[in-house]
Design a binder for this molecule. Sequence first.
Ligand code: GLC
Length: 433
Amino acid sequence: MKRTILLFVSICFLLTGHAQVKGYTPTSENLKARSEFRDSRFGIFLHWGLYSIFGQGEWYMTNANINHKEYAKVSEAFYPHRFDASQWVSAIKASGAKYICFTSRHHEGFSMWNTQQSGYNVMNTPYGKDILRMLADECHRQDIKLHLYYSHLDWTREDYPIGRTGRGTGREGRANWPEYYAFMNRQLTELLTNYGEIGAIWFDGVWDHDNDSVPFDWQLEEQYALIHRLQPACLVGNNHHQAPVEGEDIQIFERDVPGENRAGLSGQAISQLPLETCQTMNGMWGYKVVDQNYKSTAELIRLLVRTSSKGANLLLNVGPQPDGTLPEIALNRLSEMGEWLATHGNTIYGTEAGEVVMGDSIVSTKCGNVVYLHILSDKVRQIETPFNGKVKRVVAYADKQKVEFRQHKGKLHIPEINIQPGTIDYIIEIHRK
Ligand code: GLC
């Protein structure tokens, strides 16, 4: 009897185990896209919507408790007469970024494309042109991947079940989840059918229901399956601040490099999926008129290096202005990052996380048998670090001059390091045997 029960339990286990594996198996195109994504290391996030006109950041509607009907009136002022997709894409490409993630529809609920699913979209503004069409065409023309941010939550629609945010936007609480879910899926279908190849769908907003007494069922797996059916190579990512769930292809961290949780949104375990950290250039995602607190180029480069040293990508945000241009300071940062990447890119692109790490200022990436030691402070004079494997040669990255080293009892010692004051990232190549 015991044996029969055991047999029965094992069969059940095998069956359910099998069912789990069958749930989502990424296609070979998808796996290829994942590895290209992983190698690309650097992308630019663009938060553009009606909120950009108010110039108060993309949470303005909720932060200031604005009635959605009043808020929507600003769509009559949407006229970004200086928007030029080719200028945007050229500036972004020149920064060394390999993909662009664009907000197709943010929490405010306004769609930046010609959607048939709601009148609240770019076509019904004085501008009247399909922003996404222009951007997507230009990305394809200039051969840079386009990812689309898509908000799961909506502060305007009545059918969206109100969560913990947007409680003061005047919705009357006529939630209809099946209707809203179908609406989202029809919009996603448009995005994945009418705009050519889409590199990823980047979801956000699931956390809106993380305080519910009964766990909210977002029906993600079914939605992810729809995306993969329409474009098997399209990567699915979700900024839900949790470990990835079935059907996701990348793992996202908000405002922190994986493994750190300084901003408070990234305590989740790190998975085996390709990783991405998103961060602002100044303080806010959407354009905010008083937000001039831009990180310096050195800080941004160091952030990119630290992200790469964790084996993750950096998705760095820029908030376009009401006239459709990118802020001058952001453009400067992009071009300076591009200059740096043009000469240091092979220590970033296509690399893996390196084992050598000492605080924030000494990190590493690696590629084949070369470890790139990135020294992010000009104060470092010598290094002693645990190191596996036999070192053949150590050279300075910039001029390939030999650097003296000793290896003893699992430790590598570099006794003399001379860094010019003001150097952003002093790189040493350690070649293993
Ligand atoms: C947050 C915010 C949102 C922003 C996103 C980017 O989840 O709600 O405004 O778009 O982070 O990471």
